[in-house]
Design a binder for this molecule. Structure first.
Ligand SMILES: [Zn+2]
Length: 120
């Protein structure tokens, strides 16, 4: 299991194990956060935070919400607005606590333009 937390610890997630790869996305939001995203099905991700402790940022077609800690500002994960248990969710692996993610492959997703992985 891998556990993640924002800097002040009010927003936490855990996931069952290594993702297949980490994604660096070029879209206008992700490029600013520097997030390294790890994808899981929603039912695989355990979240622990009070709703009042976070900022939910939605834009565009509002299919997902970026979640950031209201106190320390870290972007910890995003949540799909699709309630299905197999909906994709991503956690920001930069929040991982006591876990070295440097063995994982890093792929760049061109969310700014072509909406494809650049290694495809
Ligand atoms: Zn925090």
């Amino acid at each position: 299991m891998i556990e993640g937390a924002c800097h002040c610890g009010q927003v936490r997630w855990s996931v069952p194990g290594d993702p297949d790869w980490l994604t660096s996305c070029t879209c206008s939001y992700c490029a600013r956060t520097g997030a390294l995203w790890a994808a899981y099905a929603a039912h695989e991700v355990t979240l622990d935070y009070q709703p009042s402790a976070v900022i939910r940022y939605e834009q565009g077609d509002r299919t997902l919400a970026f979640i950031s800690c209201r106190t320390c500002g870290c972007t910890t994960h995003y949540e799909s607005n699709d309630p299905a248990p197999d909906a994709r969710m991503k956690v920001n692996m930069r929040m991982a606590v006591h876990y070295d993610f440097t063995h994982l492959a890093l792929r760049v997703f061109d969310g700014a333009d072509s909406w494809r992985y650049l290694d495809e």
